[in-house]
Design a protein around this ligand. Structure first.
Ligand SMILES: O=C(O)C(=O)C[C@]1(C(=O)O)C=C[C@@H](O)C=C1
Length: 123
């Protein structure tokens, strides 16, 4: 039976899933798997961190809808981008990437805010 799209697949994550076995020495694969273990831990944290951020922005969206405030706040965004670029620079992360990432997240937040506002108006 196939699963509905909105559920977590029941299949276990295989941390050793790879297209490389047979192509490289086992020692190289072992080193790669060890590094990938850290990548997997980081990706899991990223998901939890983003979920927490969206929980907070959901509250902002409700507050804005209740008080009929616009979904976006361009001056706030400018300040956030400037701060994130500077943090990225200090952390040796490409500031362009940090800005693109923040803009990507914020555009999704604004879409959520708009949906909350539309739902609020139709109540
Ligand atoms: O702080 C707000 O006013 C928000 O709506 C949150 C947020 C963000 O995701 O950080 C999203 C949209 C705004 O343009 C600015 C910031």
């Amino acid at each position: 039976m196939s699963e509905p799209n909105n559920t977590v697949p029941s299949e276990e994550f295989d941390p050793h899933a790879s297209s490389l076995p047979g192509e490289v020495e086992q020692a190289v694969l072992d080193e790669l798997y060890a590094i990938r273990g850290s990548i997997d831990n980081f990706d899991a944290q990223l998901v939890y961190l983003l979920a927490e951020r969206f929980k907070a922005t959901q509250r902002v969206g409700l507050l804005k809808a209740r008080h009929d405030l616009p979904p976006s706040d361009p001056n706030r965004e400018k300040a956030q981008i400037q701060r994130l670029r500077s943090l990225a620079h200090e952390a040796h992360l490409d500031p362009e990437f940090a800005e693109k990432f923040l803009n990507f997240v914020i555009s999704e937040v604004i879409r959520h805010h708009q949906n909350i506002s539309d739902a609020h108006k139709n109540d």
